[in-house]
Design a protein around this ligand. Structure first.
Ligand code: PMP
Length: 490
């Protein structure tokens, strides 16, 4: 298949026939990708982009074994449902998990898997209320839209009373920073929020969360925090659902599952995206007893034979090619290079790493820690011009997240680091020139002040929300800091 449309014609068709809400990465100047291979995406001009923003591919784009498994199934059986075909795959998948994970329910997308997981928890507990993390997103079904702060704040009705939102345990920009007791204090706050939630919306059916908060900008919970929440939820009769749509199957490094990095075991696990190397395939894994609460007529939860063949091939490749081990080496090499930039550039606030994921906080200044989303956007567009694709995450889109397929090599890393170093230096020079111009022409702007180290706002300021939170989910402290509140009171 050759797409012979020119770029302008492509965009024209897109504007005419694809709903505006379906936005693309780099919406201002989208790429037209024609093929992919390993860690690279190749556009219509033949330019190869290093894909550091994939949530879909772990083993590499168009991995030959995965392609062969899909092709062979297409040729021999085609796509069929409702007949025996999952057994050996399921056995291999369950072998990687603790024994409480006994059975699988296959689905086709992350949203479908999370939606089903919540329904199972509700059936099992015979309760309705749920607990989610601040600014989380778990999918686009109606149920999940009502449950997730990222989406319900856009609904006219806002947060339903059966949803409790727990503050994000962010130790870089949150209520407890530079605090060795942050994990415990955030946990106490979560407990308070949950108790208030129960008073308003009834007993808790489940807690749904990622083990590392990827959607919120790759926030790594302080050690012990999630383990405490898991046990607390279980102690009050709720179930714990770990959403590993972005994190599962090796992305977190030596531990195959994200929840293992937190030293806690959930009751229900959801997986998607990379489990099929991007092919639509997702799953809910849980105990026989919990899965048994789904009525027999609910037959819509299934997938087809091609997806199963692809999923099984991904698992085999991960095992046989030891991709996690080699990917970890490359990502450690990348991290070591990036930390040198952290001390060099004022606008790099922090660098976080776990497994094969690295996040860089782009800020106005190290002192203020205020997110600089326009600078983050500028960097990601310039990286694109240097043939590197990254993701901008977090509520303010100021966190650059590097999440390549596991087959990234040291050579790829060198290419990435050279390009990034050049871009960061250029930006620093541009900023200094702007400061010089402003000093001699007018009053300093916010960005100039930040670069000069003049604080325009108290540190730990969280007022830069992308959108105001809906009134019924504000935490006393979450969007302003202690100092600002005292000032306001005074
Ligand atoms: N959970 C998480 C953590 C996600 O990031 C996403 C999608 N970005 C989903 C669930 C929903 O997955 P899907 O797009 O496959 O429905």
């Amino acid at each position: 298949y050759v797409d012979s449309l020119q770029m302008e014609e492509t965009y024209q068709l897109r504007r005419s026939y694809i709903a505006e809400s379906c936005q693309l990465h780099y919406n201002q100047s989208p790429l037209k990708i024609m093929s992919s291979e390993g860690v690279y995406l190749i556009d219509s001009m033949g330019t190869k982009y290093l894909d550091c923003a994939t949530r879909l591919s772990s083993v590499g784009h168009c991995h030959p074994c995965v392609v062969a498994a899909g092709r062979s199934m297409m040729q021999t059986m085609g796509a069929i449902q409702d007949f025996s075909q999952h057994e050996s795959y399921v056995k291999a998948l369950l072998k990687t998990l603790p024994p409480n994970f006994e059975v699988c329910l296959f689905t086709n997308s992350g949203s479908e898997a999370n939606d089903l997981a919540v329904q199972l928890a509700r059936n099992y507990t015979n309760r309705k209320a749920v607990v989610v993390m601040e600014n989380s997103f778990h999918g686009s079904s109606e149920l999940l839209t009502e449950m997730c702060p990222k989406s319900f704040r856009r609904l006219p009705a806002g947060k339903p009373n059966w949803v409790t939102v727990v503050p994000l345990p962010d130790t870089y920009r949150g209520k407890y920073i530079h605090d060795i007791y942050a994990a415990q204090k955030y946990f106490e706050d979560a407990k308070d929020a949950i108790q208030k939630g129960i008073a308003q919306g009834g007993e808790i059916a489940c807690f749904l969360s990622e083990p590392i908060f990827m959607v919120q900008g790759m926030i790594i919970p302080p050690a012990g925090y999630l383990a405490n929440i898991y046990s607390y939820i279980k102690s009050i009769g709720g179930l714990v659902i770990a959403d590993e749509i972005q994190l599962g199957m090796g992305r977190c490094g030596t531990q195959f599952w994200g929840f293992q990095t937190q030293g806690a075991v959930p009751d229900i696990l959801t997986l998607g995206k990379a489990m099929g190397n991007g092919y639509p395939l997702s799953v809910v894994i849980t105990s026989r007893q919990i899965a048994g609460t789904l009525p027999n007529w609910a037959k819509q939860y299934r997938c087809e034979s091609v997806a199963v063949a692809i999923g099984h091939a991904v698992l085999k490749v991960l095992d046989e090619e030891e991709l996690v081990r080699s990917g970890l080496q490359s990502m450690e090499y990348l991290y070591q290079k990036l930390v040198q930039y952290e001390s060099k550039f004022q606008f790099i606030g922090a660098i976080r790493k776990i497994g094969l994921i690295i996040g860089i906080e782009i800020v106005l200044s190290k002192e203020s820690r205020k997110p600089d989303s326009s600078l983050a956007e500028k960097i990601s567009y310039r990286l694109k011009d240097s043939s590197v694709i990254v993701a901008n995450e977090g509520n303010m889109k100021n966190i650059l997240v590097f999440m390549p397929p596991f087959c990234i090599t040291m050579r790829d890393v060198d290419m990435l680091v050279d390009g990034l170093g050049r871009i960061l230096t250029e930006i620093e020079v541009e900023n200094s020139t702007a400061i010089f111009d402003e000093i001699f022409t007018s009053q300093p702007s916010t960005s100039t002040s930040a670069l000069l180290g003049i604080s325009m706002a108290p540190s730990n300021d969280m007022t830069l929300e992308e959108e105001p939170p809906s009134p019924d989910v504000t935490f006393d402290y979450a969007y302003s800091d202690e100092e600002a509140r005292k000032e306001a009171e005074a």
